[in-house]
Design a protein around this ligand. Sequence first.
Ligand SMILES: [Zn+2]
Length: 442
Amino acid sequence: MSVAGITYWNERLERMARPALERHQFDLLREQLGYVRSRSPFYRRKLDAAGVVPQEIRTLEDLRRLPFTEKDELRESQERLPPWGDFACIAPKDAVRVFQTSGTTGRPVRVMLSRKDWHENFYEQFSYFRCGFGLTEDDVLFVPFNYGLFVAWWGFQMAMERAGLMVIPGGGLSSKDRLRAMLDWGATVVCGTPSYLLYLAETARKHGIDLPGSPIRRIVAAGEPGAAVLATKKALESQWGAECFDDVGSTEISNFGFECTCHQGTHVVESMLLAEVLDPETQAPLPDGVVGELVLTNLCCESMPLIRYRTRDLVRFNRQTCECGRTFLRLDGGILGRTDDMFQFAGVNIFPTQVQNLLHGVDDFSQEWQLVVPPMGSGRHLRIRVEPANEQVARARIDAAREYLVETVKYRVGVTPDVEVCAIGSLPRVEGKARRVVRETA
Ligand SMILES: [Zn+2]
């Protein structure tokens, strides 16, 4: 029975009971392992070293026997054997499109895609997204993006065009001209990173452009956690007067998750990818509801499929059937942060973005904050430094807000913090990436 108002791309798979879905995944996985072992010298070495016989991989227990793939290994392979390394399963002559990672955490990784991956698998993944977002061929999509080596909206645009939406390519324009173009041509959907979409909204206000009164009814946000961070999402939705959807993926592993119209987390396309959530330190599997590292395996890709790829993204699984009827697991709150930012305190894994989310839900504090970590064994509490939102916030409101923050962090994060309210403007302001975590030495 269909759920009213919900459109699926492949209802049979999207609503499959978990045992059948897992059988489907393991059938694809065995095939994929045999394929990568025969095509990729990199994976042949890794699988043979781990003593893996592809045909024997049948259960979640067996899955644990497979080696992980780290981004550094991909980088090393391409440095040793430029330009492509030895992990690809296709020859460069079979590729129709290339991209590279942004290189924010080291040398960029180059990725090539075959005709099948680009035209069929990308299309398939984005078709799940499109139906999840509730887009139809009547929609007009504006893509404010500078077309280059970064994968960003290339694939999304290709798939939406093929599905029959009208696409307005917004490369090579100033932000103001982009806003004019999207209004002149009647865009109903706009995509971008959360911070760029907020910047566009600010630019619109500056030039007297009424976005909430425009025909734009949906925004698709990717590339940063923002779209699933409640406070950021609310800001995006009110400034655009549109419904905001989270879209997740990466250059190396492709497009793996979308938020549906029920807005209850970000669904993983489990018919094409196998997802695990593991303790970032011990790599032990974690139960639903516990924050850990997302590990993904490409079940369909033929060009550069990755096996148990450590994404470094922090997520929380929810395998309960969504209100939309989909059984595809959900990442509660989308991507919560990166393992690189995580630290341990009082036996608890602390993710700075988690504290940020809780803090940004308190209107009486400004958006600036710091987390002060005392040395081990000092007996001191973790300290959150905040500032009042403005001079008008009364002392009594600040005390109540402080108490509220202590209680929420205690309940949601699992440690009791001290909250230090600093003078307005005293916390450091930086352009770009702020240093939020401060370690005390004594
Ligand atoms: Zn759903």
